[in-house]
Ligand binder design. Structure first.
Ligand SMILES: [Zn+2]
Length: 251
């Protein structure tokens, strides 16, 4: 079983998306602090693990018996339109955590950078066919990473997104028969949402990405990690890699 897609930037304790298994993933990797959570979009596979803020920063027994002070307020950040979606879907839940003092919300402006110490995070809005999603540009010094995990078609056009040291792209399907022998027909609407390998490589080339990592793989394609290693070999010169649970990247 593969875990869901999420990215943790350790220097600034920034978590991008909270899939339902994120708490287990953080435990497994020994990550024990979060200052920021940035949301790409409201979909459940990116949000249902929000309870992680309670698991990490609310010690109920200590609070009620010893009178412990609230440990931390995690900053929940998203584009204004994505924040509206989040509140439409999870409003009661988010307001409850606000009342407990566990979170505060920060709405981000499209294509405007948000500074966290010497890092900047710039969200670019993606108006997809069924949801508003986000491509994040994360910069530190002269290094650039693009995190585009899900529903990022049409990919935003902006000069700042050019020449990333790393492009992390989700929802790329390999060719050939997928799970249960299914092949996605040429005219199937799924192709409008997802990237074929060819499209993904073209995008990486157009952006002049130095390296590309494919994420949000999960189980849908019915392939094992060995299968992905074979595909990586086929595209050896393109400098691509398929992500795996616990993958660490140093730039
Ligand atoms: Zn997704």
């Amino acid at each position: 079983m593969r875990s869901s897609a999420s990215l943790y930037v350790s220097d600034v304790k920034l978590l991008l998306d909270t899939p339902e298994d994120v708490a287990y993933q953080m435990n497994r990797e020994g990550v024990n602090d979060i200052d920021y959570i940035f949301y790409s979009h409201w979909h459940p596979d990116h949000t249902l693990g929000l309870r992680i803020v309670e698991k990490m920063y609310r010690f109920w027994l200590g609070t009620f018996v010893r009178g412990d002070k609230q440990l931390k307020k995690v900053k929940i950040c998203a584009l204004t339109k994505v924040m509206t979606d989040l509140y439409n879907v999870y409003g009661t839940f988010l307001n409850y955590y606000m009342r407990l003092g566990l979170i505060e919300k920060i709405s981000l402006e499209n294509a405007t950078s948000y500074q966290i110490r010497d890092y900047s995070v710039t969200p670019f809005e993606v108006l997809g066919s069924n949801v508003i999603s986000t491509v994040f540009l994360i910069k530190h010094g002269n290094r650039k990473v693009i995190y585009a995990p899900c529903d990022v078609k049409p990919f935003p056009q902006d000069l700042r997104l050019r020449k990333p040291d790393l492009l992390i792209l989700g929802e790329v399907f390999p060719e050939g028969p997928l799970k249960e022998g299914i092949t996605i027909p040429e005219d199937n609407p799924l192709r409008r949402e997802l990237f074929s390998m060819e499209e993904a490589l073209k995008l990486a080339k157009n952006l002049e990405a130095k390296k590309t990592v494919f994420t949000h793989i999960e189980e849908e394609w019915g392939k094992s990690y060995d299968d992905y290693k074979v595909i990586e070999g086929l595209y050896g010169r393109e400098n691509i890699a398929f992500a795996y649970d616990g993958m660490k990247i140093n730039l």
